[in-house]
Design a protein around this ligand. Structure first.
Ligand SMILES: [Fe+2]
Length: 424
């Protein structure tokens, strides 16, 4: 094992080209997320000849995670697309490869009412396939202006709302779906469509569930610099580009992405940050001119391991603290319904995929919304569930955000938890 780790540390990582017309995404200023005007696409076959994922990157300030579109082959020929990504030349070319083998895109699903990182691409993607029918999550809205879908590039002729009854769609023979919400957030509702593909026992999810991998998702290898940046321990650190360093940077990025300010991270004061930057070995624009305003605690890895929960499906902290707790009853009704499907893999739109799991583990991910059962004693006491709640100290930043939003009546307060923890 030690030999493997040593050789991995010394292994150099091949350099990637930086730009290509194939990756160009000129509309990035509408939603200015990293990697802005250059978005590479990774296509992976998940179920042979039946399911493929198309992954790109998205992030803010070098906190980068994958965003994913899933394509499913229909039994009668043709394709269904769930949550489109940016239709770059490269992406469209890869989609057309599938079309050549399996038939035209018949259906495109926009499975969220609030996830702008998915909504923004659905119009431009659909325009490339005008014969496809587009189905959108019913409670669409935008902020600060509530603009019509046509302004997002979705034509009225091509687009319709998903019916409340999943049996009323032309793909009902192979698919079922359940709509989570709407959950009132004050500014607009949260809504997400879980889509179940019966023949492959596959559940497609947008944002509600993620699984956190130990190693960086493959698509992140297209843009290694953010991982190297976060692997630094301080402004003076010089890190080598090795798989071990990339993994360290990835795990810290995951902590940033979900807690924003985990307890194992201190913020360095502004004066010291600028002082350190003057002596930093890399003061390039890419390295933010040497500014590195954070300091990780030595036990940061423990926080990652706790948060990861062995790769089981989890609900991200921001959804727990600011969204799902606004209406636990509605979220649990949806989770219970989804858990009745007999799926064995989940493909979420972010982080790891596919997640090989069970409906029971999916449902347990929502136990933080259920009241804890009374403690049991004796020989027949049930095993305690895996950690239902993330550490209080790591949730402290989101607690403050929650308080801020509630104090100003921007969002409604959390509702009480309705039910006991699900069966373990
Ligand atoms: Fe998302």
């Amino acid at each position: 094992m030690a030999t493997t780790q040593r050789s991995e540390q010394n292994q150099s990582v091949p350099k990637q080209p930086q730009r290509s017309r194939d990756w160009s995404w000129p509309y990035w200023p509408f939603v200015p997320l990293y990697p802005y005007g250059q978005r590479r696409t990774l296509c992976r076959e998940i179920v042979k000849g039946k399911i493929w994922t198309f992954e790109q990157l998205q992030g803010i300030l070098y906190v980068i995670i994958p965003v994913r579109m899933t394509v499913i082959k229909l039994a009668a020929g043709g394709l269904l697309v769930y949550a489109p990504v940016a239709p770059t030349r490269e992406c469209i070319r890869m989609v057309k490869d599938l079309i050549e083998k399996h038939g035209e895109i018949k259906y495109i699903i926009l499975p969220t009412a609030s996830g702008i990182e998915h909504k923004v691409f659905t119009g431009p993607f659909s325009k490339r396939f005008p014969k496809a029918q587009v189905f959108v999550s019913p409670s669409q809205w935008t902020f600060p202006l509530n603009i019509p879908l046509s302004w997002l590039g979705l034509s009225g002729r091509q687009t319709q709302k998903l019916p409340a009854n999943s049996a009323d769609t032309p793909f009902a023979d192979e698919f079922d779906y359940a709509i989570l919400g709407p959950v009132d957030l004050g500014l607009g509702p949260f809504e997400e469509v879980a889509l179940y593909h019966k023949p492959t026992k596959t559940l497609l999810i947008t944002d509600s569930i993620v699984s956190i991998p130990v190693n960086p998702p493959q698509v992140l290898q297209f843009a290694p610099y953010p991982m190297l940046f976060h692997a630094k321990d301080n402004a003076f650190d010089v890190v080598e580009d090795t798989p071990t360093i990339r993994r360290k940077g990835w795990q810290r990025m995951a902590l940033f992405a979900f807690y924003f300010q985990p307890s194992v991270l201190d913020v360095v004061n502004t004066k010291q940050t600028f002082k350190d930057a003057r002596q930093a070995p890399d003061r390039s624009k890419k390295a933010y001119f040497g500014l590195f305003p954070v300091q990780w605690h030595p036990d940061w890895k423990r926080a990652f391991d706790t948060f990861r929960q062995d790769g089981n499906p989890v609900v991200a902290p921001i959804l727990r603290k600011l969204i799902f707790n606004r209406n636990p009853e509605v979220v649990l009704q949806w989770a219970d319904r989804v858990a009745q499907w007999n799926f064995r893999r989940i493909i979420p739109c972010h982080l790891d995929a596919p997640v090989m799991t069970t409906p029971q583990k999916f449902n347990q991910a929502f136990d933080f919304l259920r009241s804890a059962p009374p403690p049991q004693r004796g020989w027949f006491a049930k095993k305690q569930p895996i950690s239902v709640n993330f550490p209080k100290e790591d949730m402290a930043f989101l607690d403050r955000v929650d308080q801020f939003l509630c104090d100003r009546n921007i969002t409604p307060p959390a509702k009480p938890l309705p039910r006991e923890t699900s069966e373990q």
